[in-house]
Design a protein around this ligand. Structure first.
Ligand code: CDP
Ligand code: CDP
Length: 226
């Protein structure tokens, strides 16, 4: 069976990475988390203490930074210039700054070129904000995953309530809504549903139900995988 590419986009906490990883596992495809790449660049820029207005320095730093995503049994490990930053890129500081840095068009071009390269051999499930609309416009299967902002905040809250108890559900909801707005309103490849993407509202859907729907869609569009 021919390999194909699957693009999964949507707002924060919609379930993209969870679903993309499971779909990739079921098809024997490679999962690529493009959000981790924007987070990795943001982490590097914060490490270097670059001021918010130093856009040219941020672009130069991005082009000389090596980002590697290595799939493994416990998910994906993210390396920045050889250093494992998998945990560090999920910090509140990175989350609070990533959409600002992801709005710089030249930074997006550098990462988009890497993402296109990663998908060139097909057999990739790539998740992000602009995959179906911009990075892989020819992906054979495109999904736009969404859910109400409340349920997305609740899902995220469940994940972090053991570690960051000082953050309330209301704060988290505001934070997610703010990030969605920035992602939707930026000029360079904003968060948008591609015209040919299938919209899935997962507010009332379980993870296995979403995975099943996507696998069925793959079956009907391209005859499966593997
Ligand atoms: O998992 P979560 O929804 O928190 O976000 P993520 O997928 O890790 O992405 C973090 C941020 O990176 C997003 O809020 C966007 O600002 C940016 N991003 C982007 O601009 N384009 C992508 N293809 C992926 C992420
Ligand atoms: O990648 P994205 O930010 O879109 O979301 P995620 O990190 O994959 O999912 C956020 C949380 O929602 C995870 O804890 C998932 O297990 C959970 N989730 C869920 O409860 N029901 C779904 N249908 C999808 C995700």
């Amino acid at each position: 069976m021919e390999k194909f590419n699957i693009a999964i986009d949507g707002p924060a906490g919609a379930g993209k990475s969870t679903i993309a990883r499971l779909v990739a596992g079921a098809l024997g495809f490679v999962y690529v988390d493009t959000g981790a790449m924007y987070r990795a660049v943001t982490w590097k820029i914060l490490q270097e203490n670059l001021p918010a207005e130093a856009t040219a320095d941020m672009i130069a730093l991005t082009s000389r930074t090596e980002i590697r995503l290595v799939p493994g049994e416990n998910g994906q490990t993210v390396y920045v210039d050889g250093l494992d930053v998998t945990g560090m890129i999920r910090s509140a500081e990175v989350t609070g700054n990533v959409s600002r840095i992801a709005s710089v068009a030249e930074i997006r071009s550098i990462l988009t070129a890497k993402q296109k390269e990663m998908a060139a051999g097909k057999g990739v499930v790539m998740d992000g904000r602009d995959i179906g609309s911009h990075v892989l416009p020819d992906a054979e299967v495109k999904i736009f995953l969404t859910a109400s902002v409340r349920i997305r905040a609740e899902r995220r809250f469940k994940e972090i309530c053991d570690t960051q108890t000082e953050m309330t559900l209301e704060q988290l909801e505001l934070d997610i809504a703010r990030r969605d707005r920035m992602d939707e309103q930026r000029e360079a490849s904003p968060l948008v549903k591609a015209a040919d993407a299938v919209l899935m509202d997962t507010t009332d859907m379980t993870i296995p139900e979403v995975v099943e729907r996507i696998l069925e869609l793959c079956q009907s569009r391209v005859g499966g995988g593997k």
